[in-house]
Design a protein. Structure first.
Length: 168
């Protein structure tokens, strides 16, 4: 519901700008303007507004992890033994500082956290478990699955849902 309220201020042109930048954040202003059908000045104003209002939170390059030696991807489900604010903060701090961890999600259900971890090989994963996860000291259980292959290499552009009034 909060997503729909936030999107109430976005119109179709804003959504086209967001989608185009998600697909290629290196577009020039001229290319973006042409793509969305606006002249450059209003397109730039909208682009800046989307950044200022926090719809665009940053820009990044997609890197081929295998070319950098990160040949293994692990998905790690973790259950904490203690759920105090201090224990959660300690775990999240340790995970956020670990370069192997690409994503970390606090979950509902039987597990507390879900991690996506990139490593060179099993030995590096073992070292990650010993030096990062065990050092936290509050893990009651952990389950790891290794990806055999990636089915899709690039993230899809997020397309916001229309505001509730636009869907009727």
């Amino acid at each position: 519901m909060a997503q729909n309220i936030a999107n109430a201020e976005l119109d179709a042109l804003d959504i086209k700008i967001l989608a185009a930048l998600q697909k290629n954040c290196r577009l020039t202003l001229a290319e973006l303007s042409e793509h969305v059908g606006l002249s450059q000045s209003p397109c730039m104003r909208r682009w800046r507004r989307l950044e200022e209002e926090g719809y665009i939170t940053g820009y990044t390059a997609l890197v081929d992890r295998r070319k950098l030696g990160r040949k293994m991807m692990a998905f790690v489900e973790i259950k904490l033994a203690i759920h105090s604010d201090e224990a959660i903060e300690r775990f999240e701090r340790a995970i956020s500082e670990a370069p192997q961890v690409q994503e970390c999600f606090l979950m509902t259900g039987q597990r507390d956290y879900y991690l996506r971890v990139l490593v060179d090989d099993l030995e590096e994963y073992d070292e990650f478990v010993k030096t990062v996860l065990r050092s936290v000291g509050n893990i009651s259980s952990m389950e790891t699955a290794f990806a055999l292959r990636e089915v899709e290499m690039r993230p899809r552009a997020f397309e916001p849902r229309p505001a509730p009034s636009a869907r009727r």
